[in-house]
Design a protein around this ligand. Structure first.
Ligand code: KG4
Ligand code: ZN
Length: 343
């Protein structure tokens, strides 16, 4: 079974071709980061227009690289939500159009399910059930994952997402957009001990997070210095240490609460090397395991969408035909309400 995966929920156009027997055949990505950088963040209207320009050429390039034709595709999977409405509409309408024209089934995938299941694309697959730490630009959640389609929310951020905190802090330090990768690079050269930043909700006894206060603490710290002499590397290192500390503590607490032994990390912040190193160390200390998606699949991509569809198919879940599905997008969509049959 050959599945075409389409991702257009935010600022990356991703297309991939996944074969349920042979695995990932090809994938292509166009990042809009350079286009949005001038504005310091994603401009939704520009994002939609760029997806329109990129999606079909990327699809052709993926098919060509995999040496397949569009007629050979058995199913078209696309990100149905959550995300930017206009951006989602591009992937959704292209998928629906292709489905109707070629008489192929189309399947709407939850973006976070794509992230959540992407570590299963790695050579060593985590086993169900596991705890998933979803850390992206828009979400920070701990989930109990029983099986494909069975997700239980254990805790989440009450304000900013972890990626958002990285981006906003990076912006305070003049590092531009998106800030996560730039901030973590700068943190490598800093001393994480020089400043002690708060660890919000570390002792809250639940599995929720809060990151907006951390950003304010950084602002207060930055304002103590002459603008020309802000110790940016030390502040970046202190910020990263604080956020990693909280993410790791809550992930370990989630393993305790659920009695599970496997942790899976997904989403853009999962690319953070410090987070990876500390989680690796702390989980092995307690005889648990931690799994990360391959680095290039941490951030948004089409492969995770095609792959999630493949796993849903394998699990015998319902797929609607293009005509029946129409053009429905879900810009706001809870993963734990997604359920086993919600397509
Ligand atoms: O999953 P993703 O590509 O998009 C969403 O679905 O939101 O995540 C993007 C987020 C951004 O906030 C970006 O700054 C952050 O992931 N990110 C990182 C790193 N790479 C990407 N944060 C910290 N360290 C990184 N190395
Ligand atoms: Zn994402």
């Amino acid at each position: 079974m050959l599945i075409l995966g389409i991702e257009t929920s935010c600022d990356e156009t991703g297309v991939a071709l996944y074969d349920t027997d042979k695995g990932l055949l090809a994938q292509k990505l166009h990042s809009q980061i350079d286009m949005h950088r001038a504005y310091g963040g994603v401009v939704p209207e520009l994002a939609s227009r760029d997806h329109i320009k990129r999606l079909l050429p990327l699809t052709r390039a993926v098919l060509q690289e995999a040496n397949r034709t569009i007629e050979q595709v058995d199913q078209i999977a696309y990100t149905q939500g959550p995300g930017l409405g206009g951006a989602l509409l591009v992937g959704t309408s292209v998928a629906a159009g292709m489905g109707a024209a070629l008489n192929k089934p189309i399947v709407g995938i939850h973006h976070l399910e794509g992230h959540l299941l992407s570590p299963l694309l790695a050579a060593s697959r985590p086993h169900f059930p596991f705890v998933a730490l979803l850390v992206s630009g828009g979400h920070t959640q701990l989930m109990r994952v029983e099986a494909v389609g069975r997700y239980e929310l254990l805790g989440e951020t009450v304000d900013d997402a972890a990626g958002e905190a990285f981006d906003k802090t990076a912006s305070l330090l003049g590092l531009g957009y998106p800030g996560g990768p730039a901030l973590s690079k700068l943190a490598l050269t800093g001393n994480p001990e020089r400043f002690k930043l708060p660890r919000p909700m570390l002792k809250s006894r639940d599995l929720d997070f809060s990151f907006s206060g951390l950003k304010t603490a950084v602002l207060t710290l930055v304002n103590q210095f002459d603008p020309a002499h802000v110790p940016r590397a030390d502040i970046a290192a202190a910020f990263q240490a604080a956020i990693v500390d909280v993410l790791v503590s809550k992930s370990l607490a989630a393993l305790d609460t659920t009695g599970l032994n496997h942790l899976v990390v997904a989403g853009g912040v999962g690319a953070n090397q410090q987070l990876r190193a500390v989680l690796q160390k702390q989980t092995s200390k307690r005889g648990a395991t931690v799994h990360f998606p391959p680095l290039d699949l941490c951030t948004d991509n089409g492969a995770m969408i095609a792959f999630a569809a493949a796993l849903r198919l394998e699990a015998g879940m319902r797929v609607l035909s293009g005509e029946a599905q129409g053009f429905s997008i879900r810009p706001r969509w809870d993963l734990n309400l997604y359920g086993q049959h919600a397509v």
